[in-house]
Write a protein that binds this ligand. Structure first.
Ligand SMILES: Cc1cc2nc3c(=O)[nH]c(=O)nc-3n(C[C@H](O)[C@H](O)[C@H](O)COP(=O)(O)OP(=O)(O)OC[C@H]3O[C@@H](n4cnc5c(N)ncnc54)[C@H](O)[C@@H]3O)c2cc1C
Ligand code: SF4
Length: 510
């Protein structure tokens, strides 16, 4: 009785549920670099390098551990260009009793694999992904009968469930569930931001870099200076580095942006957590240990754990609760195309240029750049949700549909009608000025709103407020914005709308 065990590119751990109870002598593992998965979007070249190289290293590790692995290396002329084609050929060769897999992270593939049993005529055993702290069922039970889902309450449940940062009598450590109010400092160059953790490419990674450069030349970004970890050991080193050098300041500067530093005090662990090189719970436990040992303050540690235990689990729950319909939502009725400068970075808006340029070089931008710069601009400009979602899915090394879609469509674009966020994260240039030093180096003047050199975010912000009055006027968290808008003189309001309309007609020239 032999089984065929399918391990996907974001399931790179021996703890994956598909391997539970498996027998290395009898069962066969299949891993495949296939064209269909590598090219369903314009994936950043560094993301392709990271995943192919991490898959190859993991495949080797499995073989060293005694598993028999059928591994398909990428080639554009491969006979089998999809996972289904690879698996169906192996069925002919091996006649396994069952195909075993762990539920995958995106609806598109999940839907395909769900049809395999019927299409391929072999039982398919799809197992729960136990790397997540809340199962899909658990999240659905929590969400049932709630009118509004708020991350904060779900997060508290997860704290209680895991015991992370909880006292023995079930109270939050430090006397509060959330220390976010302490996490909004601007960064003025001190303390110095640590250099990002880096691993020099080994032979396998260098081969993959050549492959990606040769076969994916039109994909976004470049492979230059690739320094991500691609093995469990190196990803663990990246975690250790973060805990020792970066975590202590993570909280203070969590929302800061810099004109000169790409990474600031962020962990840069999402690419590893999302593909299986790091376990999310183990990452949270390492951060909690640092607090108990007095190595990092509570606002840093709680803030970091909340991102993983709270936001990461929450968005995944929302995704599976509402797919496939969620991807089609566009409640603000946006119709504008994504400006081309999202792909080139060529814009005079300094904040946008910096965020997109870092994204092109690094396949990374931190949360506030994604939310309050590139996301905010798309929201204010009324970009079609599917176009901005496609962009985010393509450009980041950590991007997978289950995490990208709720963050972009829900949190940034408010296209789900406020299901994920109680109010849109719309902001004028003032916010960007408060949290960064970009404005001092910008072609536009953040202090101006209506003149030809005025910061585009300013008038676009008021245009957004004005055009969505019917959507947001009744929202208690937006009332002040509408009162401020009404307080302005009619001539000022008219000038702001005129300037914004001009910008909307000339987006490509900004
Ligand atoms: C528009 C937009 C798109 C995003 N797309 C993705 C995506 O495709 N993939 C992705 O992993 N994250 C996404 N995020 C969330 C977040 O920006 C990234 O997880 C984070 O920037 C990764 O960098 P880091 O590891 O240095 O994070 P840190 O700032 O160090 O945070 C620690 C960890 O918390 C988790 N985390 C933080 N915020 C979120 C969040 N909102 N949702 C889920 N996990 C979170 C990540 O695992 C991250 O590694 C998106 C956020 C926004 C606003
Ligand atoms: S002035 Fe406006 S466009 Fe320029 S960096 Fe500041 S917020 Fe961005």
């Amino acid at each position: 009785m032999a089984n065929l065990i399918l391990i996907l590119g974001d399931q790179l751990t021996t703890d994956i549920s598909a391997l539970e109870g498996a027998d290395p002598k009898r069962d066969r593992i299949v891993m495949a670099e296939v064209h269909e998965e590598a090219s369903y979007t314009n994936h950043h070249k560094k993301k392709l390098v990271l995943l192919f190289s991490a898959m190859r290293h993991f495949g080797q590790q499995l073989e060293q551990d005694g598993w028999r692995v059928h591994y398909q290396h990428y080639h554009p002329d491969n006979e089998h260009q999809s996972l289904e084609a690879v698996v169906s050929t192996l069925l002919e060769d091996l006649s396994p009793d069952t195909i075993i897999t762990t539920e995958c992270g995106e609806w598109r593939l999940h839907n395909q694999i769900n049809q395999w049993q019927e299409r391929l005529g072999v039982p398919v055993d799809t197992r729960t992904d136990t790397r997540f702290i809340a199962s899909k069922r658990e999240f659905a039970d929590w969400a049932e009968d709630r009118k509004q889902l708020r991350m904060e309450f779900f997060y508290r449940e997860m704290r209680r469930k895991t015991g992370l940062l909880m006292t023995p009598d079930d109270k939050p450590e430090g006397g509060s569930w959330n220390f976010d109010a302490d996490n909004r400092r601007k960064w003025s160059g001190k303390p110095p931001a640590p250099a990002p953790f880096r691993i020099e490419p080994d032979t396998i990674t260098r081969d993959v870099i050549d492959l990606v450069d040769q076969h994916f030349p039109d994909h976004f970004g470049n492979t230059d200076d690739f320094h991500f970890a691609v093995t469990h050991g190196d990803a663990q080193e990246a975690l250790n580095y973060f805990i020792e050098f970066t975590l202590p300041c993570f909280g203070d500067y969590q929302d800061a942006m810099s004109d000169t530093e790409d990474w600031l005090f962020h962990s840069i662990l999402s690419p590893y957590i999302n593909c299986g090189l790091l376990d999310p719970l183990a990452v949270c436990e390492a951060a909690a240990r640092a607090w108990y040992a007095g190595l990092a303050p509570i606002n840093a540690v709680e803030g970091f754990i909340r991102q993983i235990l709270g936001w990461r689990e929450f968005v995944r729950g929302i995704y599976w609760l509402h797919m496939p319909g969620y991807a089609k939502e566009n409640r603000l009725g946006n119709t504008r195309s994504l400006p081309w400068f999202y792909w080139t970075g060529e814009t005079k808006m300094r904040c946008m240029h910096k965020a997109i340029d870092a994204t092109r070089r690094n396949a990374y931008a931190h949360h506030i750049q994604r939310l309050m710069v590139t996301g905010n601009f798309a929201l204010l400009a009324g970009v079609k949700p599917e176009e901005i979602c496609d962009w985010y899915l393509a450009v980041y090394a950590d991007a997978y549909d289950w995490v990208e879609l709720p963050n972009v469509l829900g949190m940034v674009m408010h296209a789900d009608g406020g299901y994920l966020g109680s109010k849109p994260y719309a902001a004028s240039g003032k916010y960007i000025q408060r949290m960064s030093d970009h404005c001092a180096n910008c072609h536009y003047k953040v202090s101006k709103s209506t003149e030809p050199d005025a910061c585009p975010f300013n008038s676009l912000y008021w245009h957004f407020i004005d055009r969505h009055r019917a959507d947001f006027e009744g929202n208690p968290r937006m009332g002040m914005m509408y009162r401020n808008w009404e307080k302005q003189k009619p001539e000022k309001r008219e000038a702001l709308l005129k300037r914004a309309n001009y910008l909307l007609e000339h987006l490509e020239e900004l």
